[in-house]
Design a protein around this ligand. Structure first.
Ligand code: AOF
Ligand code: ZN
Length: 367
C-alpha cells in the first residue's frame, strides 16, 4: 500500500481537507470537515483505477455533516460501489445524535468498505465511539493520516476540547518605531486600509472578539465585520471597575456582548447590555492573572472556541505574561510616532510574513 502511511501525503485526504475549508466561518462551533469517497477496489489502493465517486463537506452549522453530503453526492449508478470504496474523512465520524444523526450509522447503513481519517474527534460525545461503532460493524478503519494538517485545520476545535479554553489570537498594529498607540486618549491610525479590511475578515472567522477597558473607551470600536461579509463575533469587554460609559459602540446592543468586571455594584442598577450580554462578576480580590483565567473558563462554558484579542497593550501583555495564546498577528506600519504606548514584545516562532498594502504582516506561534 503506497498512500496509507501516516506521514505521507494522501491525495484523497488532501482533497478532503481542501473541501473542509469551504466551511470556514460558517460551521463554528462545529469543526470544518471534508469527505471524499473513492472507489478503490476493496481498499487496495491502486491509483490508476481509483475514482472519486462522492464528495462533501460540512457547509453550515446545524446542517448535514460532511459524510452525509458526500454520500448524497454519489450518483445512483455508482451507489453499488460503496462496499468497494473508502471514505476519506478529515475527522472521526460522529456517533451521537446532535443537530444531525450519527454519521457512523450512515456509513454502516450504506456499507462503505473502509473509513480513513486524519484525527479522532476530541468531543466527549464522540471520542472514539464513532470508530468503535464502525469497527463493530466490520468496517476497516484507519486514523492519523495527515494528522498534523487535520489538527491545524481545526486548531480552534482541538484547543477548545483539549485545553478547555478558547483558541487565542493576539492581534495588533505597531509603528516602525514600536508604538501601538499615541500618548493621548485620541486613537491614532497605524495600519492601512487593506490591513483594516483583512481584520474585518478575521473577525468573521472567530467566535469572539475581545478588548480591554482603554481600547473600548478611547477607540470606541464597533468590533463588527462591516468591511467584509461574515458573521459578527461575540464582543467580550474587560471592564474591571465598570467605568465604561454606556453610550460606547460596544454597548449598542447590535451584537451579543459579554462584559467581565470586578465591581459588586451594577451600573445604575441596570445591566450593561440586553440580549445575551450579561456582566459576569469576578471577586474584586482576584489578580489580573486569576481574572484572565476565569474569563477563559467562562468563555469555555459559553462554548466560545476562539477569541481575537484586539488590544490594548495591557490586555495583550496579560495574555503574553500568562502564556495563554495560540497565534500572534502583528502588522508593522511604515509610520513613525516618536512616542506613545509601547507595543508588546513579540514572542514565539515566526510562521509567515507577507505584505498587506503598506503594512507588513507577521504571524507567530508559541515556541
Ligand atoms: C462528523 N462530520 O462533518 C462534523 C462532525 O450538532 P451536530 O449533530 O452538528 O454535531 C456536532 C458535533 O459533531 C461536533 O461537535 C463534532 O464533534 C462532530 N462534527 N462530525 O462526523 C462532520 N462536523
Ligand atoms: Zn457526523
Amino acid at each position: 500500500m503506497i498512500f496509507g502511511l501516516q506521514f505521507m501525503e494522501n491525495p484523497f485526504m488532501r482533497r478532503a481537507l481542501e473541501l473542509a475549508t469551504l466551511g470556514r466561518g460558517r460551521v463554528s462551533p462545529n469543526p470544518m470537515v471534508g469527505c471524499v469517497i473513492v472507489h478503490d477496489r476493496k481498499g487496495e489502493i491502486d491509483i490508476p483505477f481509483a475514482r472519486i465517486i462522492g464528495e462533501g463537506w460540512h457547509q453550515r452549522y446545524g446542517e448535514a455533516h460532511a459524510e452525509r453530503n458526500a454520500i448524497l453526492s454519489v450518483r445512483s449508478q455508482d451507489a453499488h460501489l460503496l462496499p468497494e470504496s473508502t471514505a476519506y474523512v478529515t475527522l472521526e465520524p460522529c456517533s451521537h445524535y446532535g443537530k444531525q444523526p450519527p454519521c457512523a450509522d450512515l456509513l454502516i447503513e450504506r456499507a462503505v468498505g473502509r473509513v480513513v481519517c486524519c484525527n479522532d474527534d476530541p468531543n466527549p460525545l464522540v471520542a472514539g465511539q464513532g470508530f468503535a461503532r464502525l469497527r463493530a460493524a466490520g468496517i476497516q478503519v484507519e486514523t492519523g493520516v495527515m494528522n498534523e494538517m487535520g489538527r491545524q485545520l481545526n486548531a480552534r476545535f482541538f484547543t477548545f476540547f483539549e485545553k478547555k479554553r478558547p483558541y487565542i489570537i493576539l492581534k495588533w498594529a505597531e509603528t516602525s518605531d514600536g508604538f501601538i498607540g499615541g500618548e493621548g486618549a485620541q486613537p491614532v491610525k497605524i495600519s492601512g486600509e487593506l490591513a483594516h479590511r483583512l481584520v474585518h475578515r478575521w473577525r468573521g472567522e472567530e467566535d469572539g472578539i475581545m478588548v480591554g477597558t482603554n481600547t473600548a473607551r478611547n477607540d470606541n470600536p464597533r468590533l463588527n465585520t462591516r468591511l467584509w461579509p461574515g458573521k459578527n463575533p461575540v464582543r467580550i469587554v474587560w471592564d474591571r471597575n465598570l467605568t465604561l460609559p454606556a453610550d460606547l459602540h460596544v454597548f449598542d446592543g447590535s451584537q451579543p456582548t459579554i462584559v467581565y468586571h470586578q465591581r459588586l455594584k451594577e451600573r445604575n442598577g441596570e445591566s450593561v447590555v440586553e440580549q445575551k450580554a450579561d456582566s459576569t462578576l469576578f471577586p474584586p480580590s482576584y489578580s489580573i492573572a486569576q481574572s484572565l483565567n476565569n474569563t477563559l473558563q467562562d468563555l469555555h462554558l459559553q462554548g466560545i472556541q476562539s477569541v481575537l484579542v484586539e488590544g490594548g497593550a495591557s490586555l495583550l501583555q496579560s495574555f503574553l505574561d500568562e502564556g495563554v495564546w495560540d497565534e500572534m498577528r502583528v502588522f508593522r506600519s511604515p509610520r513613525m510616532l516618536g512616542n506613545g504606548i509601547k507595543a508588546p514584545i513579540v514572542q514565539g516562532r515566526l510562521v509567515s510574513r507577507k505584505q498587506v498594502g503598506e503594512d507588513e504582516l507577521s504571524i507567530y506561534q508559541p515556541n
